[in-house]
Design a protein around this ligand. Structure first.
Ligand code: TXA
Ligand code: MG
Length: 342
Protein backbone atom coordinates (compact mmCIF):
# COMPACT_ATOMS: atom_id res chain seq x y z
CA UNK A 1 0.00 0.00 0.00
CA UNK A 2 1.18 3.50 -0.76
CA UNK A 3 1.65 5.64 2.36
CA UNK A 4 1.32 9.41 2.05
CA UNK A 5 3.77 11.30 4.28
CA UNK A 6 2.71 14.72 5.60
CA UNK A 7 5.39 16.79 7.30
CA UNK A 8 3.61 19.29 9.54
CA UNK A 9 5.27 22.03 11.56
CA UNK A 10 3.65 22.01 15.03
CA UNK A 11 4.18 25.77 15.30
CA UNK A 12 2.55 26.51 11.97
CA UNK A 13 -0.04 23.80 11.32
CA UNK A 14 -0.96 23.40 7.67
CA UNK A 15 -4.78 23.23 7.65
CA UNK A 16 -4.95 21.66 4.20
CA UNK A 17 -2.86 18.67 5.28
CA UNK A 18 -5.02 18.25 8.40
CA UNK A 19 -8.18 18.24 6.26
CA UNK A 20 -6.69 15.68 3.86
CA UNK A 21 -5.75 13.40 6.77
CA UNK A 22 -9.21 13.90 8.33
CA UNK A 23 -10.78 12.82 5.01
CA UNK A 24 -8.68 9.63 5.02
CA UNK A 25 -9.93 8.85 8.55
CA UNK A 26 -13.55 9.67 7.69
CA UNK A 27 -13.45 7.32 4.71
CA UNK A 28 -12.19 4.39 6.81
CA UNK A 29 -8.41 4.74 6.35
CA UNK A 30 -5.49 4.75 8.80
CA UNK A 31 -3.39 7.81 9.72
CA UNK A 32 -0.41 7.80 12.12
CA UNK A 33 -0.22 11.13 13.96
CA UNK A 34 1.80 12.79 16.73
CA UNK A 35 0.57 13.16 20.29
CA UNK A 36 2.42 14.65 23.25
CA UNK A 37 3.13 11.14 24.63
CA UNK A 38 4.05 8.94 21.65
CA UNK A 39 2.80 8.73 18.05
CA UNK A 40 -0.58 7.03 17.60
CA UNK A 41 -1.95 4.95 14.72
CA UNK A 42 -5.46 6.31 14.19
CA UNK A 43 -8.68 5.07 12.62
CA UNK A 44 -12.41 5.83 13.04
CA UNK A 45 -13.27 4.13 16.36
CA UNK A 46 -16.89 3.60 15.23
CA UNK A 47 -15.96 1.77 12.01
CA UNK A 48 -15.34 -1.95 12.48
CA UNK A 49 -13.38 -2.40 9.24
CA UNK A 50 -11.18 0.67 9.91
CA UNK A 51 -10.31 -0.77 13.35
CA UNK A 52 -9.30 -4.08 11.78
CA UNK A 53 -6.77 -2.17 9.64
CA UNK A 54 -5.01 -0.93 12.81
CA UNK A 55 -4.60 -4.46 14.17
CA UNK A 56 -3.33 -5.72 10.81
CA UNK A 57 -0.86 -2.85 10.27
CA UNK A 58 0.67 -3.27 13.75
CA UNK A 59 0.44 -7.07 13.95
CA UNK A 60 -1.38 -6.50 17.25
CA UNK A 61 -3.28 -9.29 19.10
CA UNK A 62 -7.01 -8.62 18.65
CA UNK A 63 -7.80 -8.89 22.39
CA UNK A 64 -5.67 -5.81 23.21
CA UNK A 65 -8.09 -2.85 23.47
CA UNK A 66 -7.48 0.56 21.89
CA UNK A 67 -7.67 4.04 23.42
CA UNK A 68 -10.33 6.36 21.92
CA UNK A 69 -9.00 9.88 21.35
CA UNK A 70 -11.53 12.71 21.59
CA UNK A 71 -11.27 16.50 21.67
CA UNK A 72 -13.26 17.26 24.83
CA UNK A 73 -14.71 15.76 27.99
CA UNK A 74 -18.24 16.30 26.61
CA UNK A 75 -17.36 14.07 23.66
CA UNK A 76 -16.61 11.18 26.07
CA UNK A 77 -20.23 11.41 27.29
CA UNK A 78 -21.44 10.49 23.78
CA UNK A 79 -19.61 7.17 23.87
CA UNK A 80 -19.52 6.16 27.56
CA UNK A 81 -22.07 5.38 30.31
CA UNK A 82 -21.88 5.80 34.10
CA UNK A 83 -19.16 8.44 34.10
CA UNK A 84 -18.47 9.11 37.79
CA UNK A 85 -18.23 12.68 39.14
CA UNK A 86 -14.52 12.34 39.95
CA UNK A 87 -13.86 11.88 36.22
CA UNK A 88 -14.84 15.53 35.68
CA UNK A 89 -12.46 16.60 38.46
CA UNK A 90 -9.63 14.52 37.02
CA UNK A 91 -10.32 15.93 33.56
CA UNK A 92 -10.25 19.44 35.01
CA UNK A 93 -6.69 18.88 36.29
CA UNK A 94 -5.16 16.55 33.71
CA UNK A 95 -7.02 16.87 30.39
CA UNK A 96 -6.02 17.55 27.74
CA UNK A 97 -2.92 15.53 28.60
CA UNK A 98 -1.35 12.14 29.20
CA UNK A 99 -4.27 10.51 31.06
CA UNK A 100 -6.52 7.76 29.64
CA UNK A 101 -9.72 7.07 31.58
CA UNK A 102 -11.71 3.84 31.34
CA UNK A 103 -15.53 3.87 31.47
CA UNK A 104 -18.36 1.54 30.52
CA UNK A 105 -18.74 1.84 26.74
CA UNK A 106 -21.97 2.55 24.89
CA UNK A 107 -23.06 -0.12 22.33
CA UNK A 108 -22.16 2.18 19.40
CA UNK A 109 -18.46 1.58 20.20
CA UNK A 110 -17.72 -1.72 18.41
CA UNK A 111 -16.40 -4.65 20.45
CA UNK A 112 -13.40 -4.91 18.13
CA UNK A 113 -12.18 -1.49 19.37
CA UNK A 114 -12.15 -2.70 22.97
CA UNK A 115 -10.85 -6.22 22.44
CA UNK A 116 -14.28 -7.58 23.38
CA UNK A 117 -14.40 -5.69 26.72
CA UNK A 118 -17.54 -3.84 27.88
CA UNK A 119 -15.34 -0.87 28.85
CA UNK A 120 -13.37 1.63 26.75
CA UNK A 121 -10.40 3.92 27.42
CA UNK A 122 -10.64 7.61 26.44
CA UNK A 123 -7.92 10.24 26.12
CA UNK A 124 -7.93 13.94 25.22
CA UNK A 125 -4.44 14.62 23.83
CA UNK A 126 -2.92 18.07 24.26
CA UNK A 127 -0.80 17.93 21.08
CA UNK A 128 -2.09 20.65 18.73
CA UNK A 129 -1.84 18.53 15.58
CA UNK A 130 -3.68 15.63 17.24
CA UNK A 131 -6.38 18.02 18.45
CA UNK A 132 -6.80 19.67 15.04
CA UNK A 133 -7.05 16.27 13.35
CA UNK A 134 -9.60 14.85 15.81
CA UNK A 135 -11.71 18.02 15.61
CA UNK A 136 -11.63 17.99 11.83
CA UNK A 137 -13.02 14.43 11.74
CA UNK A 138 -15.73 14.99 14.37
CA UNK A 139 -15.12 11.34 15.33
CA UNK A 140 -13.56 9.43 18.19
CA UNK A 141 -10.21 8.22 16.86
CA UNK A 142 -8.97 4.83 18.08
CA UNK A 143 -5.19 4.98 18.31
CA UNK A 144 -2.70 2.58 19.82
CA UNK A 145 0.96 3.56 19.80
CA UNK A 146 2.19 3.76 16.20
CA UNK A 147 4.82 1.02 16.31
CA UNK A 148 4.94 -2.58 15.11
CA UNK A 149 3.56 -4.72 17.94
CA UNK A 150 6.30 -5.61 20.46
CA UNK A 151 8.72 -2.86 19.33
CA UNK A 152 9.51 0.33 21.29
CA UNK A 153 6.81 3.01 20.92
CA UNK A 154 7.58 5.69 18.35
CA UNK A 155 8.65 9.11 19.63
CA UNK A 156 9.78 10.59 16.31
CA UNK A 157 8.13 10.74 12.90
CA UNK A 158 11.11 8.89 11.40
CA UNK A 159 10.46 5.90 13.72
CA UNK A 160 6.86 5.73 12.49
CA UNK A 161 8.02 5.77 8.88
CA UNK A 162 10.50 2.93 9.63
CA UNK A 163 7.80 0.74 11.24
CA UNK A 164 4.65 1.57 9.30
CA UNK A 165 5.41 2.96 5.82
CA UNK A 166 3.65 0.69 3.32
CA UNK A 167 1.24 -0.56 6.03
CA UNK A 168 -0.95 2.54 6.62
CA UNK A 169 -2.60 5.19 4.43
CA UNK A 170 -0.82 8.23 5.84
CA UNK A 171 1.80 9.32 8.37
CA UNK A 172 2.04 12.81 9.87
CA UNK A 173 5.65 13.57 10.82
CA UNK A 174 6.07 16.53 13.19
CA UNK A 175 9.40 15.55 14.78
CA UNK A 176 9.99 14.44 18.37
CA UNK A 177 7.28 13.72 20.95
CA UNK A 178 7.49 15.97 24.00
CA UNK A 179 6.75 13.44 26.79
CA UNK A 180 8.08 10.31 25.06
CA UNK A 181 6.20 7.79 27.27
CA UNK A 182 2.58 6.66 26.95
CA UNK A 183 -0.33 7.96 29.02
CA UNK A 184 -1.32 6.80 32.48
CA UNK A 185 -4.25 4.37 32.13
CA UNK A 186 -6.82 4.78 34.90
CA UNK A 187 -9.82 2.48 35.43
CA UNK A 188 -12.82 4.46 36.70
CA UNK A 189 -15.25 1.52 36.55
CA UNK A 190 -13.98 0.10 39.85
CA UNK A 191 -13.85 1.39 43.40
CA UNK A 192 -11.26 2.37 44.46
CA UNK A 193 -10.13 3.54 41.04
CA UNK A 194 -7.05 1.74 39.67
CA UNK A 195 -3.98 2.73 37.69
CA UNK A 196 -3.51 -0.02 35.10
CA UNK A 197 -0.44 1.52 33.44
CA UNK A 198 1.89 4.12 34.96
CA UNK A 199 2.60 7.02 32.61
CA UNK A 200 2.94 10.76 32.14
CA UNK A 201 0.71 11.55 35.17
CA UNK A 202 2.15 10.01 38.34
CA UNK A 203 0.39 8.05 41.11
CA UNK A 204 0.93 10.96 43.54
CA UNK A 205 -0.57 13.50 41.13
CA UNK A 206 -3.73 11.38 40.84
CA UNK A 207 -3.76 10.75 44.60
CA UNK A 208 -3.80 14.49 45.22
CA UNK A 209 -7.11 14.72 43.34
CA UNK A 210 -8.59 11.32 44.28
CA UNK A 211 -7.03 10.07 47.54
CA UNK A 212 -8.53 6.59 47.15
CA UNK A 213 -6.56 5.18 44.21
CA UNK A 214 -4.73 1.85 43.85
CA UNK A 215 -1.86 0.72 41.67
CA UNK A 216 -2.97 -2.33 39.71
CA UNK A 217 0.15 -2.60 37.60
CA UNK A 218 2.29 -4.22 40.25
CA UNK A 219 1.04 -7.77 40.05
CA UNK A 220 2.47 -10.59 42.08
CA UNK A 221 2.76 -14.05 40.60
CA UNK A 222 -0.71 -15.55 40.33
CA UNK A 223 -2.53 -12.22 39.87
CA UNK A 224 -3.78 -11.90 36.31
CA UNK A 225 -3.02 -8.49 34.77
CA UNK A 226 -6.13 -6.27 34.59
CA UNK A 227 -5.15 -4.51 31.40
CA UNK A 228 -4.88 -6.91 28.47
CA UNK A 229 -1.88 -4.98 27.10
CA UNK A 230 0.15 -5.71 30.22
CA UNK A 231 0.52 -9.42 29.49
CA UNK A 232 2.53 -9.10 26.29
CA UNK A 233 6.31 -8.62 26.00
CA UNK A 234 6.63 -5.03 24.95
CA UNK A 235 8.79 -2.16 23.85
CA UNK A 236 11.65 -4.51 22.98
CA UNK A 237 14.76 -3.55 21.07
CA UNK A 238 16.22 -6.22 18.77
CA UNK A 239 19.18 -7.03 21.04
CA UNK A 240 18.79 -8.39 24.58
CA UNK A 241 18.35 -5.70 27.24
CA UNK A 242 19.82 -6.27 30.71
CA UNK A 243 19.01 -3.87 33.57
CA UNK A 244 21.61 -3.50 36.32
CA UNK A 245 20.43 -2.27 39.73
CA UNK A 246 22.32 -1.06 42.80
CA UNK A 247 24.54 1.84 43.84
CA UNK A 248 25.98 3.86 40.95
CA UNK A 249 29.55 2.66 41.57
CA UNK A 250 28.52 -1.02 41.79
CA UNK A 251 26.37 -0.71 38.67
CA UNK A 252 29.18 0.88 36.66
CA UNK A 253 31.71 -1.70 37.85
CA UNK A 254 29.40 -4.61 36.94
CA UNK A 255 28.49 -3.21 33.52
CA UNK A 256 32.17 -2.57 32.72
CA UNK A 257 32.98 -6.14 33.75
CA UNK A 258 30.14 -7.61 31.67
CA UNK A 259 30.99 -5.57 28.58
CA UNK A 260 34.79 -5.79 28.91
CA UNK A 261 35.36 -8.26 26.05
CA UNK A 262 32.73 -6.95 23.70
CA UNK A 263 33.07 -3.54 22.06
CA UNK A 264 29.66 -3.86 20.46
CA UNK A 265 27.62 -3.72 23.67
CA UNK A 266 25.47 -0.66 24.20
CA UNK A 267 25.17 1.12 27.53
CA UNK A 268 22.14 3.20 28.53
CA UNK A 269 23.08 5.62 31.29
CA UNK A 270 22.75 9.23 32.46
CA UNK A 271 24.72 12.49 32.14
CA UNK A 272 26.02 12.01 35.68
CA UNK A 273 27.35 8.48 35.05
CA UNK A 274 28.39 8.33 31.38
CA UNK A 275 32.08 8.97 32.12
CA UNK A 276 32.19 5.86 34.35
CA UNK A 277 31.86 3.45 31.41
CA UNK A 278 34.67 2.13 29.24
CA UNK A 279 32.53 1.18 26.21
CA UNK A 280 32.44 3.51 23.20
CA UNK A 281 28.81 2.70 22.58
CA UNK A 282 27.03 4.57 25.33
CA UNK A 283 23.95 6.78 25.27
CA UNK A 284 22.90 9.11 28.06
CA UNK A 285 19.12 9.37 28.42
CA UNK A 286 19.66 12.73 30.15
CA UNK A 287 20.32 14.12 33.60
CA UNK A 288 19.06 12.31 36.70
CA UNK A 289 18.08 15.74 38.02
CA UNK A 290 15.68 16.09 35.07
CA UNK A 291 13.44 12.95 35.12
CA UNK A 292 11.22 14.14 32.27
CA UNK A 293 14.28 14.41 30.03
CA UNK A 294 15.15 10.78 30.82
CA UNK A 295 11.53 9.69 30.22
CA UNK A 296 11.43 11.41 26.85
CA UNK A 297 14.63 9.72 25.64
CA UNK A 298 14.12 6.09 26.68
CA UNK A 299 12.33 4.74 23.58
CA UNK A 300 14.47 6.92 21.35
CA UNK A 301 17.66 5.43 22.84
CA UNK A 302 16.43 1.84 22.43
CA UNK A 303 15.78 2.53 18.74
CA UNK A 304 19.21 4.15 18.33
CA UNK A 305 20.89 1.01 19.69
CA UNK A 306 18.91 -1.06 17.16
CA UNK A 307 20.33 1.10 14.36
CA UNK A 308 23.95 0.64 15.46
CA UNK A 309 23.43 -3.13 15.75
CA UNK A 310 24.66 -3.79 19.31
CA UNK A 311 25.04 -7.37 20.63
CA UNK A 312 23.42 -6.49 23.98
CA UNK A 313 22.26 -3.41 25.85
CA UNK A 314 23.07 -2.82 29.53
CA UNK A 315 20.90 -0.21 31.19
CA UNK A 316 21.18 1.50 34.53
CA UNK A 317 18.14 1.39 36.81
CA UNK A 318 16.74 4.95 36.83
CA UNK A 319 15.59 5.75 40.37
CA UNK A 320 14.38 9.21 39.45
CA UNK A 321 11.38 9.94 41.69
CA UNK A 322 7.88 10.55 40.34
CA UNK A 323 8.52 9.27 36.81
CA UNK A 324 10.56 6.24 37.92
CA UNK A 325 7.51 3.98 37.90
CA UNK A 326 6.61 4.77 34.30
CA UNK A 327 10.19 4.71 32.98
CA UNK A 328 11.14 1.48 34.76
CA UNK A 329 7.80 -0.18 33.86
CA UNK A 330 8.71 0.24 30.16
CA UNK A 331 12.36 -0.76 30.55
CA UNK A 332 11.56 -3.82 32.66
CA UNK A 333 8.93 -4.97 30.14
CA UNK A 334 11.49 -4.58 27.35
CA UNK A 335 14.23 -6.39 29.30
CA UNK A 336 15.44 -9.96 29.28
CA UNK A 337 17.08 -9.91 32.70
CA UNK A 338 17.58 -7.75 35.79
CA UNK A 339 20.85 -8.01 37.74
CA UNK A 340 20.80 -6.71 41.32
CA UNK A 341 24.32 -5.85 42.51
CA UNK A 342 23.24 -5.33 46.13
O1 TXA B 1 -0.16 7.77 25.31
C1 TXA B 1 -0.86 6.85 24.88
O2 TXA B 1 -1.70 6.26 25.61
C2 TXA B 1 -0.68 6.41 23.43
C3 TXA B 1 -1.05 7.59 22.52
C4 TXA B 1 -1.04 7.23 21.08
O3 TXA B 1 -2.28 8.10 22.93
N1 TXA B 1 -1.46 5.25 23.14
C5 TXA B 1 -1.13 4.01 23.60
O4 TXA B 1 -1.98 3.00 23.18
O5 TXA B 1 -0.17 3.79 24.32
P1 TXA B 1 -1.65 1.45 23.32
O6 TXA B 1 -2.72 0.76 22.59
O7 TXA B 1 -0.26 1.19 22.90
O8 TXA B 1 -1.84 1.14 24.85
C6 TXA B 1 -3.14 1.16 25.42
C7 TXA B 1 -3.13 0.46 26.76
C8 TXA B 1 -2.94 -1.03 26.60
O9 TXA B 1 -2.13 -1.51 27.66
C9 TXA B 1 -4.39 -1.54 26.73
O10 TXA B 1 -4.45 -2.88 27.16
C10 TXA B 1 -4.96 -0.56 27.75
O11 TXA B 1 -4.39 0.69 27.40
N2 TXA B 1 -6.43 -0.44 27.61
C11 TXA B 1 -7.13 0.17 26.63
N3 TXA B 1 -8.46 0.03 26.82
C12 TXA B 1 -8.60 -0.68 27.96
C13 TXA B 1 -9.74 -1.17 28.69
N4 TXA B 1 -10.98 -0.95 28.29
N5 TXA B 1 -9.50 -1.88 29.83
C14 TXA B 1 -8.24 -2.11 30.26
N6 TXA B 1 -7.12 -1.68 29.61
C15 TXA B 1 -7.31 -0.98 28.48
MG1 MG C 1 1.68 0.37 22.71
Amino acid sequence: METRIFRIDPDNIDKKSILQCADILKSGGTVAFPTETVYGLGANALDESAIKKIFTAKGRPSDNPLILHVHSFDEIKKYANNIPKIAGTLAHFFCPGPLSMIFEKKPMVPDSATGGLSTAAFRIPSDKIAMALIEATGLPIAAPSANLSGKPSTTDGSHVIEDLAGRVDAIIDSGRSVIGLESTVLDLTVSPIEILRPGGISFNEIKMVVPDVRKAFIHDAGNAPKSPGMKYRHYSPESPLIIVKGSISQVAARINELSADDFTTGILCSDETISLYNSNNKISAGSRSNPSEIASNIFHALRLFDKTGVSAIYSEYFNIGELEEAVMNRLIKASDKIIDTD
